[in-house]
Design a protein around this ligand. Structure first.
Ligand SMILES: CCCCCCCCCCCCCC(=O)SCCNC(=O)CCNC(=O)[C@H](O)C(C)(C)COP(=O)(O)OP(=O)(O)OC[C@H]1O[C@@H](n2cnc3c(N)ncnc32)[C@H](O)[C@@H]1OP(=O)(O)O
Ligand SMILES: Cc1cc2nc3c(=O)[nH]c(=O)nc-3n(C[C@H](O)[C@H](O)[C@H](O)COP(=O)(O)OP(=O)(O)OC[C@H]3O[C@@H](n4cnc5c(N)ncnc54)[C@H](O)[C@@H]3O)c2cc1C
Length: 670
């Protein structure tokens, strides 16, 4: 394993752990990357960025002011983008690689607290590609790819983020001049949140209510110039700025934006789906939801990003748990490695397994996305609802579990996990944001629930819908407990079906009592969210299972065994999270729950010798981990001490506040 970039002496506990490992970690690294060639390519991309001296920051960014952090982030962001262009030109980076370059792997190593230009690649260009006509693409795409213009995606407003039909920004068509007039009629209509909007972007895709010939047609995307291309001064009628400090992502330059009667040409409305003709006639697309396409794309890629952040936190906490000694298990024995406490294993190992589970679901979802968008291009919309429902639930479950996972793994590192230098607090700030952006998680779960209930009510034929196929026959499955993942999947499916059926019954009962359907929906929404959540978790276990079945045909026996163990652990852990529901919706007995608990404990013990090997296989360079606790060599205490020396407070023996305040205060108390 060559993860280490710090060639210090490796901590003996980690040497010992690595010697104990029963499988070849490199084999697993290749499997996770795809194959050996892909590992090499990834490593070469990592070196290309991480070995560049210009991309290093001397002072830890935490010690910089808000303004300095931003300026340093833009400096680096430009170098990163230039390098991305170089890779593109050499054919060494495609769309897939952006996830790594901008997301939790390389992205968070290069710009620890967020990239001010991410939205350009993640939403501005994808919206042009998905929603602009061929002519519009000819005008804008090249400029955007070559970064002659920098864009963002301005949808959310001060007053509305979730309910996008309620957005208040107005674009009124003026047939006399063949222009749209953009206006922000209220304070709540100001755009609020778009990444890079504050001081970085000079263009934006703006979502606004379209009015033509006196009629409102709902929200539509417009490409709008915000700043002069030379001076970067805001254009006339554009009110723009940054929204201020946040829990995390403090270098993403989230901004606000208001319009005071700003005129843009008719051709700046993105018209691949809907059109406004020169005389103001509105031409409608086959589905109003095609405007929401960029959001689907981002939800899809976020599932992989959630897995990546979790890998990072799992690597840090597992290595730390192997070198940290504390307390005693038996009197008079040496202090054990904290990883030997079973409660500690319970904090770490299920999240190691979750990294695999999310990665496999992310791969599945990416394929579905590519297939369905291909179909949309040829006018087939049939599979869009399933893609929407699957991307909503997988984004919601993966971001929620990754956030909980990072926090659990931080707690697993005790006091040192609270240090910024562990990189766990910053990682949490990045991951918890995912639960809100690109669709707040509860709202997304309700979207999936809407799909599930519709299928259930209409008795839709589900044979061609992979995520819901199980609904056909799982309500009455009552197979007795078996110690297999297949049994767990079947029990989870039965539970999910039971919960969907119950929520549906409660809606119907409420409607029968006279409630409007919408009120009945709202009053049943706690159950609906829970049903969608278990449906999502069931699908993740199922996908993990089918992936491991396929992979085992190509792996060594040793690796195959470990993959099966982590699959089992993820499955058992997941079902034990729903013990109450299992007892309600299946024939599982409390005795079976005891058996599941015993199985969980067996698996923790089986995985224990391979825990460090598993996280080593994630092959995260020390620069990616950026953590005093997680480095390959395990020299935790030296690193903590060295990092503390970087505090500006340690640059002088006596701080001036002593003379100014402390001393007068102390003396006056004499
Ligand atoms: C490369 C990457 C690296 C990683 C770096 C990452 C950094 C990322 C940085 C990112 C920074 C963050 C950037 C940001 O944050 S950008 C801002 C993101 N904002 C949001 O995500 C807003 C969330 N809200 C919505 O999406 C909608 O308003 C919802 C969906 C809630 C309701 O909407 P609406 O009120 O209109 O709908 P309805 O409820 O009446 O339902 C009506 C029908 O429509 C169907 N429907 C709804 N939606 C879709 C859809 N999408 N495709 C297909 N169909 C859809 C629905 O099933 C229903 O169908 P039916 O039942 O009638 O048949
Ligand atoms: C870090 C970050 C970056 C962002 N970047 C961008 C960007 O680049 N571009 C952009 O346009 N936007 C961006 N956003 C905005 C983001 O997409 C929204 O914040 C998000 O969609 C949630 O909307 P909201 O803030 O209006 O929350 P709200 O909808 O007000 O949510 C508040 C609460 O109300 C509940 N709620 C709302 N509606 C319902 C409902 N129908 N049923 C049940 N409960 C409901 C929610 O569950 C939640 O508990 C960003 C946000 C963050 C945090």
């Amino acid at each position: 394993m060559t993860s280490s970039t710090n060639k210090g002496k490796v901590n003996p506990d980690l040497i010992n752990e690595r010697n104990k490992c029963t499988f070849n970690t490199l084999e697993l690294t290749h499997l996770l990357d795809g194959d050996e060639v892909k590992t090499k390519e990834r490593k070469s991309r990592e070196s290309f960025f991480l070995d560049d001296a210009d991309l290093k920051t001397e002072v830890p960014i935490e010690y910089l002011s808000h303004k300095e952090k931003y300026e340093e982030a833009v400096r680096k962001a430009c170098i990163v983008f230039r390098k991305v262009q170089q890779l593109q030109n050499e054919g060494k980076a495609g769309v897939d690689n952006y996830r790594e370059i901008l997301g939790g792997q390389l992205g968070s190593a290069l710009l620890k607290d967020g990239h001010p230009l991410t939205l350009h690649y993640v939403m501005f260009i994808p919206t042009l590609m998905g929603q602009a006509t061929i002519q519009q693409q000819a005008e804008w795409i090249q400029k955007a790819w070559s970064c002659n213009i920098i864009g963002t995606y301005a949808q959310t407003e001060l007053g509305h983020g979730t309910f996008i039909r309620g957005l208040e920004t107005i674009a009124t068509y003026d047939p006399k001049t063949e222009e749209f007039v953009l206006d922000s009629p209220t304070l709540t209509s100001y755009k609020w949140w778009p990444g890079g909007l504050g001081q970085s972007a000079n263009y934006a895709i703006v979502l606004a209510q379209l009015y033509t010939l006196g009629k409102c047609h709902g929200i539509h995307p417009f490409i709008v110039q915000l700043r002069d291309e030379e001076t970067h001064e805001p254009l006339s009628g554009i009110i723009i700025g940054e929204i201020g400090c946040k829990l995390g992502m403090n270098t993403t330059n989230n901004g606000y934006l208001g319009f005071n009667k700003v005129r843009i040409p008719r051709t700046n409305m993105l018209m691949k789906n809907n059109q406004v003709l020169p005389d103001g006639t509105y031409v409608k697309s086959p589905s109003s939801k095609l405007t929401y396409g960029t959001m689907i794309f981002v939800r899809v890629v976020l599932v992989q990003d959630a897995a990546t952040y979790l890998k990072k936190a799992a690597t840090i906490a597992t290595r730390y748990s192997a070198v940290r000694h504390q307390s005693q298990i038996k009197p008079n024995e040496p202090e054990p490695q904290i990883i030997d406490f079973v409660t500690q294993q319970h904090k770490l190992f299920p999240y190691i397994a979750t990294c695999f589970a999310f990665q496999y679901s992310a791969t599945w979802l990416w394929e579905l996305y590519n297939n369905v968008t291909g179909e949309l291009e040829s006018g087939h919309l049939d599979n869009l609802p399933e893609l929407h429902a699957a991307s909503c639930v997988l984004k919601a479950v993966s971001s929620a579990d990754a956030a909980l996972g990072v926090e659990t793994l931080r707690l697993a590192c005790g006091g040192h996990g609270y240090m910024t230098s562990s990189n766990l607090p910053t990682t949490y700030g990045l991951v918890t944001a995912m639960c809100t952006y690109e669709g707040e998680n509860t709202v997304l779960l309700l979207q999936t629930a809407r799909f599930l209930i519709k299928i259930w009510q209409n008795k839709t034929n589900v044979t061609n819908l992979p995520t819901v196929r199980y609904l056909q026959n799982s309500l009455n499955r009552n197979s007795p407990f078996e110690k297999t993942v297949s049994w767990i999947i079947s029990a989870l499916q039965q539970t999910a079906t039971g919960k969907i059926d119950l929520a549906n019954r409660h809606i119907n009962e409420r409607v029968k009592k006279g409630e409007a359907y919408e009120d009945a929906w709202n009053n049943t929404s706690i159950e609906l969210v829970a049903a969608a959540e278990i449906h999502g978790r069931t699908f993740i276990v199922e996908t993990f299972f089918s992936t491991v079945q396929k992979l085992r045909k190509q792996t060594s026996v040793e690796l195959g065994t470990v993959l099966s163990q982590i699959l089992e652990l993820y499955a058992v852990y997941t079902i034990l999270r729903s013990t109450g529901d299992l007892l309600r919706f299946t024939r599982t007995s409390s005795q079976d729950i005891e058996l599941l608990q015993g199985w969980l404990e067996e698996l923790l013990a089986a995985i224990r010798p391979n825990a460090v090997g598993l996280v080593d296989s994630f092959d995260m360079r020390d620069e990616v981990l950026a953590s005093t606790l997680g480095a390959y060599d395990g020299n935790v205490y030296q690193r903590l001490f060295e990092e503390a020396q970087k505090s500006p407070l340690n640059s002088e023996p006596v701080n001036k506040s002593f003379h100014l305040y402390l001393k007068p205060f102390m003396k006056s108390n004499l």
